[in-house]
Design a protein around this ligand. Structure first.
Ligand code: GUN
Length: 294
């Protein structure tokens, strides 16, 4: 058997097209477009790349973006003052503080300062708290988890009643995606580094979300035939055949898994493009909500 490949790049392009239409409609009806403020602290190359990609994606769908670049040694007070200024700026509908922050900064305190209605990353403690409770709707859900669920939905892979296994429990992916699967009535297992007999637990999954950050950890014989795999991992491994000397792989051994799974996302080209598409969606949703559009 060979799994159906979930083409995240194509699905993200479709979603960006839908967002462009919403932005155009908004411009026509209200003379306004959504605005996203990015906040980048320090000079981590990966964070700078992500922020650059997010701003470029904004421009492509007609969302305005506003850059805020702060030095590595910025104080907690200065950073919070920037967030508060953005909270008050009527042109800013979404605020994205790129994580991780340098160690001397209190991430939770900074995220808690973001106006709930502008929390397009969905990391505000109140939005996460609502996500963690029954019948409480967060205003926004985090982008990568939302992208995972969207991939399942657009592939028409049912969630309700299915055994979902989430590998990893990070605040950015594992925990929120687990909550979202639970809200969709999956029967949920969360695995982590202390889980005993991980392959046996993973083998129960109808839906597997792999988000541990360990290259090709999940092997073909860990899988139930027909499982739908969403691989969130982005890991660099040495590859002397490539000009740059490495290539990117997921947390799942793709070559083995595709022979057993029903569906699988590739790395790259699976979840990655969805994260940014969902950020654009959240920013546009926030603006539509503030304008009272449907
Ligand atoms: N760092 C890694 N992923 C993310 C994300 O989705 N949002 C932000 N703000 N920082 C991140």
């Amino acid at each position: 058997m060979s799994a159906q490949i979930i083409d995240g790049k194509a699905i993200a392009a479709t979603i960006r097209g839908e967002i462009s239409e919403d932005v155009a409609k908004m411009k026509e009806q209200y003379g306004q477009v959504p605005g996203l403020a990015t906040v980048l602290v320090g000079s981590r190359a990966d964070s700078a790349t992500y922020v650059r990609m997010k701003k470029r994606a904004c421009a492509e769908v007609g969302i305005k973006s506003f850059s805020n670049e702060l030095p590595e040694d910025v104080s907690q007070e200065e950073l919070i003052a920037v967030v508060q200024r953005l909270n008050a700026d009527p042109e800013v509908d979404g605020i994205l503080v790129q994580l991780p922050l340098p160690d001397h900064l209190d991430e939770e305190a900074v995220l808690a300062e973001i106006d709930l209605a502008k929390d397009v990353d969905g990391f505000h403690p109140l939005n996460i708290g609502r996500l963690s409770m029954k019948f409480r709707d967060p205003l926004f859900t985090p982008c990568t988890p939302r992208g995972c669920i969207e991939l399942l939905d657009r592939m028409e892979i049912p969630i309700e009643g299915k055994r979902a296994v989430v590998l990893g429990r990070s605040n950015i992916v594992g925990l929120p995606v687990a909550m979202m699967l639970l809200h969709r009535n999956a029967t949920l297992t969360i695995c982590h580094s202390r889980t005993k007999d991980l392959p046996a637990v993973v083998r129960e999954a109808d839906i597997l979300i792999a988000a541990v950050g360990r290259a090709q950890m999940v092997k073909g014989d860990w899988l139930k035939p027909g499982v739908a795999i969403i691989d969130v991992g982005i890991n660099a491994i040495d590859d002397p055949t490539r000009k740059r000397g490495y290539r990117l792989v997921g947390d799942v051994d793709f070559e083995e898994a595709k022979e057993v799974a029903g569906y699988i996302t590739p790395v790259p080209g699976g979840v990655g493009p969805m994260t940014i598409a969902m950020l654009l969606r959240n920013t546009t949703d926030g603006k539509m909500r503030s304008l009272g559009m449907e």
